[in-house]
Ligand binder design. Sequence first.
Ligand SMILES: C[S@@+](CC[C@H](N)C(=O)[O-])C[C@H]1O[C@@H](n2cnc3c(N)ncnc32)[C@H](O)[C@@H]1O
Length: 439
Amino acid sequence: MSDWSDGYVTSTEYTTHFYPFLSPASQNLTLLLKGVNPPDLSQNFAYCELGCGQGFSTALLAAANPKGSFVGVDFNPAHVAGANQLKAAAQIQNVAFLEKSFAELGSTDLPMFDYIALHGVWSWISRENREAIASFVYSRLKPGGIVYISYNAMPGWAPIGPLRQLFVESQRHKSEIDVSDVNEAIELAGKMRQLEAGYFKINPAAGANLDHLSKLSRNYLLHEYFNGEWQPFYFSDVAADLRAAKLGYACSSDVLEHIDQLCFGKEQQAMLATLKDGAARETIRDYFRNQRFRRDLFSRGARQLGNNERTEMLRKVRLAKVPVGSDAPAQVKFSSGRSLAHGRGLCRHSRTLERRNGTAWRVARLCRSKGGRFPGRVPIRHGLDGGRASDPDASFGGRQGAPAKHGEVQSRGSDEFVGPRGADSGFTGRGKRDRGAAG
Ligand SMILES: C[S@@+](CC[C@H](N)C(=O)[O-])C[C@H]1O[C@@H](n2cnc3c(N)ncnc32)[C@H](O)[C@@H]1O
């Protein structure tokens, strides 16, 4: 039997994290804000995560979304065994973990899905595996269904891509790489920097990245940098590959990236507005932001909503604030160089903005709602947002505030924020830029 790993790192298991962008409720809200009709989470729905790793995200989302049937797929038996153990310990009934490769999915009996998600997969697998995924999406995603896909992006990787190649070259003589080899590779690169290798001299970004990497988890680095396959993509190339699976680009899953006024300067916005082709415009936005990682939502023919319909749907979205840890960032920074304070001050500030500029008010509210790495709380809230949208009296684990009136912020203590139920309600969980973000 040929090597099942297909060049993917299997000597060490992947890290265990929850990624809020995988939440169907979070995706729905993001789509709604963009006016794209999302799948109906008040009805039964089916969700598949491809390359689910340890299955933590899939299991947690299943627990929080009793109306969903979840499937996690991964070819690493250690990952699937761990995921099944988690499922059994937590007694979660509505999730199944399958030990299958992407290539095997075509011959596997699976339902049609409303959501297919792949996080930290597309840039780290072969072209054949990407084609297998596209073909799976083509045959298993329902009309109106959503695909979440993240990948390393160009041009952000352009100056630092060679660093990854340097790591690989330094360990090429070994048949199998494990975490101790990661240290060796980082040390070698550090030494070359000290010896003033031309690459580091003309690429300050590479040295800065090396400093950053040395602080990250070795398991994460092993999967990120030492795979046989590794490729960053321009947005337009990914969009072209997915077009073949009948997918069209919906939006970034990060709502803050929707707001041109914060991401780009005035003249940059004007230049972007002159670009006629949507894929080219999105790709060129990445040049302005020097984008290094993308989290995209694609849809299979989802309907564009009219303003009134969108507003009505947004009114039904229920948000609940959860306590935030001390690691919450004090500021949200944008590629344009602007930053917004992230906390009580912003809430006060946002009231002023509201009176002057509706768009900025929306931004402020989005920034005020916090997310990121708050395992256990954010995800459950996401799930309940969707799972209980049809039940106005449902309590959010005892944390839900009374529904706010349209356009009103309820502030109940330093961390309390219940979003308005008006047309501009928004929540986004913001993870870190890297796919694993395993510090
Ligand atoms: C970086 S991990 C991401 C895990 C998970 N999505 C997360 O974000 O925590 C990528 C996963 O894809 C799986 N994988 C890679 N190639 C695969 C293939 N050809 N078929 C099935 N799974 C694959 C790996 O075993 C690994 O668990």
